[in-house]
Design a protein around this ligand. Structure first.
Ligand code: NAD
Length: 263
């Protein structure tokens, strides 16, 4: 039970297909206690049974990261519930539809600002707001994707946001290391979730990854969940500022291994 005695908060569960659910489940199975958050009332009812299953004991709270007052309220509630917490999962991203297909250079400033605010700045704001209640041996985890490092068709605006998120992870890691707070990211391979459904031609991404990843598979939320749990546990106490790939090895490929017949 490597998470026994650990308490934390998981932001970003929309349903049981969410990567955040995979991470929360792995943490619960290893003895963690947690609160989870929902975006708005539309998700509140759907998340109630999931909160029960995760043993949250009613600790299901609203947190739309575009509303700073909800982040403040979350800190106050967590402090009442737990005193200090040991981990935060930030599994949140959003870009307006215009940013996830078509030509990248057409992107509006409004869409750009929204994507950066929800998908990147929210990590900084959550960590800053919750820092007073983070224990001196705590771990923060966010979720990235390879489209923040290399061009991926249609990932467009989210690719730029993930590049910023990965550097945000590293700068936060340096800043907070002296306070005993670790900050890491998992760069997951493509998984069919609600957020992924918004990306143009996502099914092609899944096929391409499966065909070209060394493990010849797409990863599952259970696989990402177990790696996430490791990042949140003391097993990774020497790791911070890391972008850890859980993508069946896809990121190491420089060229697909295809055979050409001699003509
Ligand atoms: P998901 O739709 O299950 O989760 C996205 C979550 O973001 C939802 O719970 C949604 O409510 C939340 N969210 C959006 N706007 C918000 C706001 N303003 N305030 C608070 N929450 C908000 O999809 P997912 O694929 O599990 O995504 C989780 C993370 O994993 C994202 O950062 C995503 O970019 C990343 N990721 C996904 C994949 C993939 O292929 N699915 C791959 C790599 C990384």
């Amino acid at each position: 039970m490597v998470m026994k005695g650990k308490k934390g908060v998981v932001l970003g569960i929309a349903n049981k297909k969410s990567i955040a659910y995979g991470i929360a489940k792995a943490c619960q199975e290893q003895g963690a206690e947690m609160a989870i958050t929902y975006l708005n009332e539309r998700f509140e009812q759907k998340l109630a049974p999931i909160a029960n299953e995760l043993g949250c004991n009613g600790k299901l709270y609203p947190c739309d990261v575009s509303k700073p007052e909800e982040i403040v309220a979350l800190r106050e509630t967590l402090e009442k519930d737990f005193g200090k917490i040991d981990f935060i999962v930030h599994s949140i991203a959003f870009a307006p539809k215009e940013g996830l297909s078509g030509r990248f250079y057409d992107i509006s400033k409004e869409a750009f600002d929204i994507a950066m605010d929800i998908s990147v700045y929210s990590l900084i704001e959550i960590v800053r707001e919750l820092k007073p209640i983070l224990s001196e041996n705590s771990s923060v985890l966010t979720l990235s994707y390879y489209g923040g490092v290399k061009y991926i068709p249609n990932y467009n605006l989210m690719g730029v946001a993930k590049a910023a998120l990965e550097m945000t992870t590293k700068y936060l890691a340096e800043d907070l290391g002296k306070d005993g707070i670790r900050v890491n990211a998992i760069s997951a391979g493509p998984i069919k979730t609600l957020a992924a459904a918004g990306i143009g031609d996502f099914s092609f991404m899944l096929k391409w990854n499966q065909a070209h990843a060394p493990l010849k598979q797409n990863v599952t939320i259970e696989q990402v969940g177990n790696s996430g749990m490791y990042m949140l546990s003391d097993l990774s106490s020497g790791v911070t500022g890391e972008i850890h790939y859980v993508d069946a090895g896809f990121n190491i490929m420089g060229m697909p291994a295809v055979e050409f017949s001699d003509e």
